[in-house]
Design a binder for this molecule. Structure first.
Ligand code: AMP
Ligand code: ZN
Length: 438
């Protein structure tokens, strides 16, 4: 028998598959009804003749139209809202590189539900009101700041809104406040550890850290293991996106066997990005999410562009919320080099297998003499000093391993620690300087 005290929301976390699907159908019908208040969906649903009664099973979600990021841009700023603006209390916006940014609106109920979802994730990995939670993530429009802030407070933890940056001060806070959990992007955790090393701070000896929540950017299982080893604590993958609220969409449980997506909040589909048809469990496809309890701006079949696959629908932790694999990347991140499709995460996975390397790397694509080339710059790990001969031999081994994975021979450059540009937000892993021929 499961011990209910393990769960923050046992009535939702311990639902059977049947109960989850029953709840999803009810909530999807209500969502469709509510979406009729949004000019965007009203038009679409009327054109397609969609009625809430058409939804009898979860699979009926496929009768509904997809929503894309372009739709959010086209209806910028408030054309997607399903409530009058005066009912909204918060706006988040994600910057676009081209065209309008996207706007996500929240009512007070949305903010409360969002905090509940994040609190549930943090509780799932063992955090309790007596923990001290340091949020070393950017605040402001980036949802990793306020999203974790409200969720950690909802759980009742002492919450330190440290934000990203000023790493010396972060380390002082971790020591002085007895911080037990940190949330940060993976690349920033690495930065914190580098500065700890410089300061002679050993996280195992000098801190009370026990949990890291890492997410907001793709990272490999190998990178997670590296982070766990260097910090001496468990690092749990946290997945979210502004369009769905922010963090709290999915999180790993203590089993660390994939991301539990909260299915009382979302309907999860994985589709073939070309045909838009569902793929089989275990096959990689594009993640499509439908919100089930959003008030200000419900989104129907939102194409996230994130690529992943279903791992299972049960878990030894007692939760039957679907488990998905860590993101392979976004379809927009895919590099096509001399006709070969490559994801940055494939390169990261190989680099992390070399103990001599740190987790900081940069992939640069260039055109030289009409040929596309890839250069992989990677910093050596702390304390690694090699002779010229050994450096060359290491670079050769890395090149060979990369070639086996990506079928192309990149130019590998080994750098000393701290040489590559540092970011406090999401890491920039690829610089594409190729000439575009029209
Ligand atoms: P934003 O809305 O700006 O916070 O960006 C959301 C996007 O960040 C997602 O669509 C993913 O591409 C990426 N992302 C967030 N969390 C993760 C994660 N844990 N692993 C991989 N990618 C992530
Ligand atoms: Zn689990």
């Amino acid at each position: 028998m499961l011990d209910k005290s393990e769960y923050l929301h046992p009535d939702k976390e311990c639902l059977s598959r049947q109960e989850i699907e029953k709840l999803q159908v009810e909530r999807l019908q209500a969502t469709i009804r509510h979406c009729m208040n949004s000019p965007f969906y009203k038009k679409k649903f009327e054109e397609m003749g969609i009625k809430p009664e058409d939804i009898k099973t979860v699979a009926d979600v496929r009768k509904l139209p997809f929503t894309t990021k372009q739709d959010l841009r086209d209806t910028y700023p408030f054309g997607m809202a399903s409530v009058p603006l005066e009912k909204c209390v918060r706006l988040h916006s994600s910057s676009g590189t081209t065209g309008n940014p996207t706007v996500i609106l929240h009512t007070q109920k949305d903010i409360d539900e969002w905090a509940n979802a994040v609190a549930r994730c943090l509780h799932m990995v063992g955090l309790r009101p007596n923990d001290v939670f340091q949020n070393s993530s950017g605040y402001g429009m980036f949802t990793g700041g306020l999203g974790f802030q409200y969720g950690a407070e909802r759980l009742g933890m002492l919450t330190v809104p440290a934000a990203a940056g000023n790493t010396l001060r972060q380390i002082k806070f971790i020591k002085d406040f007895g911080t037990t959990a940190i949330h940060a992007v993976p690349s920033y955790v690495t930065r914190i550890k580098e500065v700890m090393d410089q300061q002679g701070v050993d996280p195992r000896r000098d801190t009370k850290l026990k949990v890291l929540a890492i997410g907001a950017e793709p990272h490999s299982e190998e990178q997670r293991k590296r982070i766990e080893e260097m910090m001496g604590v468990k690092a749990y993958n946290s997945f979210g996106m502004s369009e769905m609220c922010g963090p709290g969409v999915a999180f790993e449980c203590k089993e660390q066997n994939g991301l539990h997506f909260w299915e009382d909040y979302y309907i999860v589909e994985i589709v073939d990005p070309e045909t838009l048809e569902p793929v089989k469990d275990g096959e990689i496809g594009e993640l499509v999410l439908t919100t089930l309890n959003r008030e200000a701006m419900p989104l129907i079949r939102y194409r996230t562009r994130d690529l992943t696959r279903v791992l299972g629908r049960t878990c030894p932790c007692g939760r039957n919320h679907i488990r998905l694999d860590r993101m392979k990347g976004r379809s927009d991140d895919m590099m096509v080099l001399r006709g070969v499709n490559i994801f940055p995460i494939q390169i990261e996975k190989i680099l992390m297998q070399f103990k001599e390397l740190s987790t900081n790397y940069l992939i640069t694509l260039t055109t030289d003499n009409d040929n596309d080339n890839m250069t992989v710059e990677v910093e050596l790990a702390a304390g690694i000093h090699l002779s010229e001969v050994l450096l060359q031999s290491l670079a050769k081994d890395i090149t060979r391993a990369l070639k086996d994975e990506i079928l192309l021979t990149p130019h590998v450059k080994l750098l000393t620690l701290g040489t590559l540009p540092q970011t406090e937000g999401k890491a920039v892993r690829v610089k594409d300087l190729r000439t575009v021929y029209q």
